[in-house]
Ligand binder design. Sequence first.
Ligand code: ATP
Ligand code: MG
Length: 331
Amino acid sequence: KKTIFSGVQPSGKLTLGNYLGAIRNFPILQEQYNCIYCVVDQHAITVRQEPAALRRATLELIAQYIACGLDPEKSILFIQSHVPAHAELAWVLNCFTMFGEASRMTQFKDKSAKHADNINVGLFTYPVLMAADILLYQTDLVPVGVDQSQHIEICRDIANRFNNLHPNTFTIPEGYYPKVGEGAKITSLVDPNSKMSKSDPNPNGYILLMDKPEDIMRKFKRAVTDSDSRIIFDPQNKPGVSNLLQIYALATGKTIEQAAAEFDGKGYGEFKPAVGEAVVELLRPIREKTTDLLNNKDYLEQVYKEGAQKASYLARKTLDKVYRKVGFVAR
Ligand code: ATP
Ligand code: MG
């Protein structure tokens, strides 16, 4: 059985982009693979977080993973900071990552432009910690949105570099991306050229899984489209309309062609609320389940504690091997 690893940051509330680009596929994969899903709180502190909010967002993310269909009996679900091997392996991998290659990461450039007052070293070495997350579990496949493809590539480069010096240490992972039109990149509702992101300061740009139906409707009605009113899938020339068509298709289980045919000849005044309604219905059960789970903190605690135990056992095996190979004396 292949091993799957993926993580999401508790850096805010989950967006429709996180769901359609990544989390939606997690429960499907758990039927076929050994799946390990992580709440990457150590990644989240690369930008300033309010401590109480981070703690709340971490629990909420565990609840949302389960509400989206993850079964803690089938998948390992845990919090990154509970498994110290992540930080430990990251240190070793830092020494196998070149300053030049890390400097080319576009996420670092984007985030340091957004957080110019706090360009910390953790933000710079983010992809190294991410490589440690993945490589610790001898992961075969990493289901993520396309915004993470550069980080998957550097992870493979680091692993190959290490394996060349110390053969048979790491499995070389592959990214596992949704296809174009199937959620690989959901864009902002106010700026269709940039991705929908939970740390966007403008809340009209994103839909949260926990948004109330009226907020969802309002955001879709105001979504930026363009001046000509044709409803066709053409991401190059009509990024806003194409994004909405993609969201509608994914929310209703239709193909993009079916969705486009349905709105052929109709105006935005009919189209945008229809997308909103489809998303309201998609998210309703997830929101209700999350709310229920958050009222059961004991259960959540049991899930992430058991998850950390299982993850630690696997992580330790890889870390011990790495420590031996680099020449550390066994403890
Ligand atoms: P942040 O702005 O704090 O980085 P984020 O919304 O990018 O938040 P992450 O926790 O960094 O969320 O990413 C979680 C997963 O969601 C990753 O697999 C990422 O590729 C995916 N993802 C994030 N945004 C989108 C999007 N707009 N479309 C598709 N997938 C996305
Ligand atoms: Mg991100």
